[in-house]
Design a protein. Structure first.
Ligand code: TXA
Ligand code: MG
Length: 333
């Protein structure tokens, strides 16, 4: 059931549902999350079951403000505090050493915890109401509200199409950022990027006062999958995604025969096709706008029943890192 997340009655209903150990779909500025009380193991188990996600893949825990972080984190290094000061509330998740006994199921049994303070007003209102409930809920574990490996939802309707009408979903409108948060591992003495988002490497480095290491520059601490967002194939629509430059796209379109499959073409460049089999859609030239509509576009293409999605590869600039990363993962089979 979709309810208005901006109405106090919607927030109250969500708090009751969460306190009863059930799940709620929650808007954040990045993507919609599938939330449970982070300290309730049985409730968190329902997230893994609903998503079909392996239970050793840790979930992000969302908090109302920075003051709630020590409930879950055993220690916050100086550079992490700087990142919190610079980017919370906002699309940044920090991996920190976990306080023993807290949110163990949400952390997938790891000794670390992923924490984020979202900037969306509905998420914030819900987190505050949870923190003030009796008994209090200090945080909400919430992965993206999609089946494991699929495209993340950026509207309440997307969440309903993933989990059906039995799930309570707070409607907060379309997500402003559109791709998942940037994840920085703060457990290795130096900041390490685990998943790119809309914050650039330079902006994160400047804020924490040291260079953010890319995953390939840092030693791998363990074999367990630390972030499902770092699995090669992820965020995949049903159709097969292929990344091409504008020239190859033009050539491919020009040689399409009459029995070509149905193809969606998503490009920043102006392209043309006479084929009825081709659905053309323009990708925004602004990286923030491109991120905002990326997942909705991929879902629209699936809904249109195309077999192939040909995407013009994003430009090389760092402000495109998040969009490029999601498209690359969507194109791996
Ligand atoms: O923007 C976002 O981050 C969205 C919204 C809902 O906040 N959430 C999200 O959650 O993308 P999820 O679970 O789909 O992705 C979170 C990533 C996962 O890949 C998870 O493995 C990683 O964060 N993560 C969470 N806790 C971790 C931990 N303790 N150690 C390493 N990675 C962790
Ligand atoms: Mg996800």
């Amino acid at each position: 059931m979709i309810v208005d997340g901006r109405a106090p009655a919607g927030i109250a209903q969500a708090v009751r549902t969460l306190a009863a150990g059930e799940l709620v779909g929650v808007p954040t500025e990045t993507v919609y999350g599938l939330a449970a009380d982070a300290d309730n193991e049985a409730a968190v188990a329902k997230i893994f079951a609903a998503k079909g996600r392996p239970s050793d893949h840790p979930l992000i825990v969302h908090v109302a403000d920075a003051a709630a972080a020590p409930h879950f984190a055993a220690a916050i290094p100086e550079f992490a505090s700087r990142l919190i000061a610079a980017f919370w509330p906002g699309p940044l998740t920090l991996i920190l050493p976990r306080r023993p006994g807290r949110a163990a199921a949400a952390a997938g049994g790891q000794s670390s915890i992923g924490l984020r303070c979202p900037a969306h007003p509905v998420a914030h209102a819900l987190l505050l109401a949870c923190a003030n409930a009796t008994p209090p809920m200090a945080g909400l574990a919430a992965p993206s509200a999609n089946k494991f490996g699929r495209v993340s939802p950026t509207t309440a309707q997307h969440v309903r199409s993933e989990f059906g009408d039995g799930l309570l979903v707070l409607d907060g409108g379309p997500c402003d950022v559109g791709i998942e948060s940037t994840i920085v591992d703060c457990t290795r003495g130096v900041p390490v990027l685990l998943r790119p988002g809309v914050l650039t490497v330079d902006a994160v480095s400047a804020a924490c006062g040291q260079r953010l290491l890319l995953p390939q520059e840092a030693a791998q601490p363990q074999a367990a999958p630390r972030a499902s967002g770092t699995l090669e194939s992820h965020y995949a629509p049903r159709a097969t995604v292929r990344l091409m430059d504008a020239r190859s796209l033009r050539t491919a379109l020009a040689v399409l025969g009459p029995d070509a499959p149905r193809i969606a073409v998503y490009a920043r460049s102006a392209l043309h096709s006479d084929s009825h089999q081709v659905l053309l859609r323009r990708m925004p030239g602004d990286p923030a706008q491109a991120a905002r509509e990326l997942f909705a576009a991929l879902r629209d293409f699936d809904d249109a029943g195309v077999q192939l999605i040909w995407v013009e590869a994003p430009p090389a600039g760092p402000e495109w890192d998040g969009v490029r990363d999601r498209l690359q993962r969507a194109s791996v089979r």
